[in-house]
Every structure is written in C-alpha cells, then in structure tokens.
Design a protein around this ligand. Structure first.
Ligand SMILES: NC(=O)C1=CN([C@@H]2O[C@H](COP(=O)(O)OP(=O)(O)OC[C@H]3O[C@@H](n4cnc5c(N)ncnc54)[C@H](OP(=O)(O)O)[C@@H]3O)[C@@H](O)[C@H]2O)C=CC1
Ligand SMILES: O=C1O[C@H](COP(=O)(O)O)[C@@H](O)[C@H](O)[C@H]1O
Length: 503
C-alpha cells in the first residue's frame, strides 16, 4: 500500500502553527517519506506498495529549519537560493529529528493488511529516518511482543531485491510498540505521549497519527491526540482514512471538527488507490503517448467501465461496513478518484493543486445520479469447492436484517464537451467470483467496417478495447482485430499486451 494522500487546496497555501518549514513541491499523490532517499534534490522516491507495486513518494518537510541566510556576511547576495538552503538544511537536520508514527486502530484489518506492511516496505527501502518509532494504539489489550507477532505475520518482502529481509524485519519489529487505550480518553493519549517521548529522547520530534479506525471516532481521537500527544518541538500530522463522512454535510462537519484541533496542512486525506501502480500510470499513458490522447473523448470512446470486485465478504468488518455500504466504501472514493483522473482535461502542470483543479471540474460536470441508473444487491450464502461461505447478514458483526448493499452498479455521465453521452459504468462488489480491479475502455465501432462480415453479427467483438488491469497481475492490453495468418481472410482478436510481471 502506498501512503498517497489527497491534499486540500488550502494545504498548499502554507504552514500552520505546527508546520515550521515551507511545504515541499506538491504532486498528484502526495505521500509520506521521512527522509530523502537517493539524490539530495530528488523529492520523488519509490517505496514498494502491494506485491511488486511501487509507489512514488514525495518527501514531507522534516525538522524545524534554522533561519535561512538571505545574505552572506559581507552583505552581498548568497550564492544559493533560500529554497536550496532549506533543502540542504533539512538534509542535515533530517538525520537528527525523530518521527513517531502512531497507528490508531492497530488491532484492525487495515493496519494488519496494509499499514504495517507499507511501513516495513519504507523501512526496507531506507526511506524512514534514522530515528523513528512506530506505536500501535487500540482498545484491545496487547503487549509489544503480541503486536510484533501479529504484525510479523503480514510482513513479507514485497520487494524486488530480497536480501537481508528477515534481518530487516527483526530490526523493524524492534521499533514497533503497543499502547492500549480508549479513543476518547485524553488520559490514555497522555500516557501514549509519555511513551513516545521516552523513545524519541531529547531530539526534535515529529508525530504522525494514522487513523485506521471507523470514521465515527476520528474526531475523538484527533481531539485527544492533539491535546495530549502532539509534538512540542516538531510537526504533528494526521492521516485520515476514507470514507470522509457519509455525505457532503457530514464531510463538511468532519472538516470543521478536525479544524478545531488541526490546521489544514496537518491533515492528510488518503485514498490508497491513488498509490496503485496502474492508477499512477493512467496519466502517464494518456498524457505522454501521442496515440491515446486524440482518442480520449466521446468521439471514439463508447463507454468506460470501472470495475472492483472482491472474492471475500465482510469477514468481521460488518461493524464498519454496515454503516457505509459498498457505494461509500469503494465507489465514492476509489472508483470516483480513478474516474476523475481518467476523464480530466490536461492539467497545467503535475502539481497537486493543478491536478486537483481538473478533477474537481470533472466532478462538477457530472449529472446527478438517477435511481434508474443504479442497481444494488447483497450477497447471500454460497458454496464453492465444498465450502459454504456465509451470506452478508450471517456475519456476526452485521445487524440482523440489514439492507446495506454489498454490490452496486451505476451509470454515470459527465456533461461536458469531451464526455457528453458516454456512460461511465461503475461496478463494485464484495463476495463475488474474483478479486480484481480494472478500467475497461470500449471504443466505438469502425464506421462502415469493411470486415464486419468476418465477425458475424456480434459487433461488440469487433471494437477495440483498452484494458488497464489495476490488480491482480497488473497489466495494460489493447484488444485489436487481426487477420489470422494463412490462406483466406479470417479475423481474430489479439491483445497488444504490456504485462507488468514480464517487465
Ligand atoms: N480494511 C481495508 O482494507 C481498508 C480500510 N480502510 C478504512 O480504514 C479504516 C479502518 O478500517 P478497518 O481496519 O478495516 O476497520 P476495523 O473494523 O478493523 O477497525 C479498526 C479497529 O478500530 C476499532 N474499532 C472497530 N469498530 C469500532 C467501533 N465501533 N468503535 C470503536 N472502535 C472500533 C477496533 O480496535 P479495538 O477494538 O482494538 O479498539 C478495530 O481493530 C476505515 O475508515 C476504513 O474505511 C481504507 C482502506 C482499506
Ligand atoms: O478501502 C477499501 O479497500 C479494500 C480493498 O483494497 P485493495 O487495495 O485490497 O483492493 C476493501 O477491502 C475495503 O472494504 C475498503 O474499505
């Protein structure tokens, strides 16, 4: 999992009280790296996300910066710019400041499956600072050893070069600690704060809280963490998981609530799909290849399908899932982010703000969804390979008789010159046959196709289709029509295939 975060517009505007250095250059997927790996000037680094998935990481400012000299002693201009000085200054300071990362909700699904593995991947790649500690926080009672044991089960060496993996894992686990507490107890967070302090010692300390918890307790945690466990010498930041509210009112209320305790530039809203390799590649594919961009409109594209499916159900996550459902869990964030990236106009630059502006224009051009363009469903019990899997409402964590959708399909339309009339078909479901996520772009028929006879009456077979397979087995392929080699004129479909595993 890549820690890719969306930034609100105000974030780029400047630092709040706890952000003492200017922000680094923003980018489309602002992520957290804690040291600048590789070249000193290179803000972009790569940390491995999913299996074989690399995600670019942008550095976030580190320690308190010393005053930048705008002039040298003799009063003439300095040979380096203020920006360059700050870069150099932070490189010196980076090594000395500490970063303490608290995963709130550490006993949960996301923490186990994604956050700890992603942090380990950053560690393996040398992208965490020299002085870092990781704290798990949740109500469940656990010792440090039990946390390490739990975390170690999901840490794999998901990286190309796997040398010293087990040594690295041991080192990493030694820096993970656990603190049990309530989410609304300032006292419990104060105790956490003391524990953090013991580990960071006298150096400048930065605190990051990753809220891997159900959204209804975000505010309690932010209040307690900011009052009782924020950093006094460095920055304090909070990563907020989706879904960010249930609707626009609750989302606005959440923002208002968070801003009682944090400034905008301390808040990082995350959508982990933006860190997936193929989602990142979407804009590269489109804007850096001459062949695709001219086709990217209603003139050539018949429909676009955004598909997410999982072959497992809620499995004990019903407490969270049932209040949100598949539309808020997957469509409103992951698939809508992909749609916006897919459909946006060329941004004026790759800066986060410019990309965001184009995405917002797409969202604002969308036609309100009509009920008749939506289908919803809920999975029932089924048997596969002799094993019976429970239906949604048979999950003990799901309220009896729940009508929450676990499947939804919707046709969305963008009322602008580029996309007028083109359906964007979203489909998302849990407990389906396969686990996959893909974008399918179906092109129009070739007008007056000379060869349509060779395909019989199934015109669908004759159209080109571009498939961007986000997961599993990442790849991009273009279905094209081809003559079958040999005598006669028989046509066939072939794939022009970019298979990531083969690269
Ligand atoms: N799971 C995933 O793959 C993904 C999840 N997310 C988001 O991350 C967040 C956490 O998800 P996930 O880890 O799956 O959730 P979980 O249901 O596993 O909850 C995380 C932890 O929060 C505590 N918790 C659960 N329910 C409640 C409750 N009602 N009140 C107080 N505490 C509770 C539990 O810890 P304890 O009882 O020990 O305190 C639990 O271990 C959600 O916002 C979700 O949308 C985002 C992307 C992917
Ligand atoms: O955000 C979420 O995503 C996961 C799926 O993520 P993936 O990276 O494994 O595809 C989903 O299981 C979960 O319900 C949802 O909250």
């Amino acid at each position: 999992m890549a820690l890719s975060c969306m930034r609100c517009p105000a974030a780029a505007a400047g630092g709040g009280p706890l952000a003492r250095r200017p922000q680094p250059p923003p980018s489309s997927s602002l992520a957290f790296s804690f040291a600048r790996c590789g070249a000193a000037k290179g803000w972009r680094i790569h940390a491995v996300a999913g299996k074989g998935v690399k995600a670019p990481m942008d550095a976030v400012e580190n320690a308190v910066a010393p005053a930048a000299p705008s002039t040298v002693a003799n009063g003439t201009s300095s040979a380096i710019t203020v920006e360059e000085f700050e870069d150099l200054a932070s490189l010196v300071k980076d090594d000395e400041a500490s970063v303490s990362i608290t995963v709130v909700g550490a006993s949960g699904d996301l923490a186990k499956k994604k956050i700890f593995p992603a942090l380990f991947a950053l560690y393996y790649e040398g992208c965490l600072p020299k002085h870092f500690s990781i704290f798990g926080y949740a109500r469940s009672k656990m010792t440090d050893a039990e946390l390490r044991d739990m975390v170690s089960k999901t840490l794999t060496c998901r990286i190309d070069k796997r040398e010293n993996c087990s040594e690295k894992m041991e080192e990493f686990l030694k820096r993970c600690f656990y603190h049990s507490g309530q989410y609304d107890s300032e006292e419990d967070f104060r105790e956490l704060g003391k524990k953090i302090k013991q580990h960071e010692g006298p150096r400048v300390s930065n605190h990051l809280f990753y809220l891997s918890i159900p959204p209804n307790i975000f505010l309690d945690v932010v209040k307690c963490a900011s009052k009782s466990a924020s950093s006094v010498s460095g920055w304090t930041r909070v990563i907020v998981e989706k879904p960010f509210g249930r609707d626009s009112e609750s989302s606005a209320a959440l923002t208002k609530g968070l801003k009682q305790y944090l400034t905008e530039d301390q808040i990082f809203r995350i959508d982990h799909y933006l860190g997936k390799e193929l989602v990142e590649n979407l804009s590269v594919l489109r804007f850096s290849n001459l062949v695709f961009e001219p086709l990217w409109s209603r003139q050539y594209i018949r429909n676009v399908q955004l598909i997410f499916s999982e072959d497992f159900g809620t499995e004990g996550r019903g407490g969270y899932f049932d209040s949100y459902g598949i539309i808020r869990d997957i469509m409103q964030n992951h698939l809508l982010q992909i749609l916006a990236l897919f459909a946006m106009e060329t941004p004026i630059s790759l800066e986060a703000e410019d990309i965001r502006n184009e995405k917002v224009k797409v969202l604002r051009s969308m036609k309100p969804l009509r009920l008749e363009d939506v289908v919803i469903g809920q999975y029932k019990s089924h048997t596969k390979g002799g094993i019976t899997y429970p239906g949604y409402t048979e999950d003990k964590t799901v309220p009896k008789g729940s009508l929450t959708p676990t499947f939804a399909a919707a046709a969305l339309f963008i009322n602008n010159a580029r996309w007028d009339g083109v359906p964007f078909l979203m489909k998302a479901g849990k407990a389906l046959h396969t686990k996959q996520a893909e974008i399918r772009v179906q092109f129009r028929h070739v007008p007056g196709n000379l060869y349509k006879g060779s395909f019989g009456t199934d015109l669908d077979r004759a159209t080109n289709e571009l498939v961007i397979r986000v997961q599993p087995d990442e790849g991009i392929y273009l279905k094209i029509n081809n003559k079958i080699p040999g005598l006669g004129m028989r046509l066939d479909r072939s794939n022009l295939n970019l298979h990531y595993a083969a690269r």
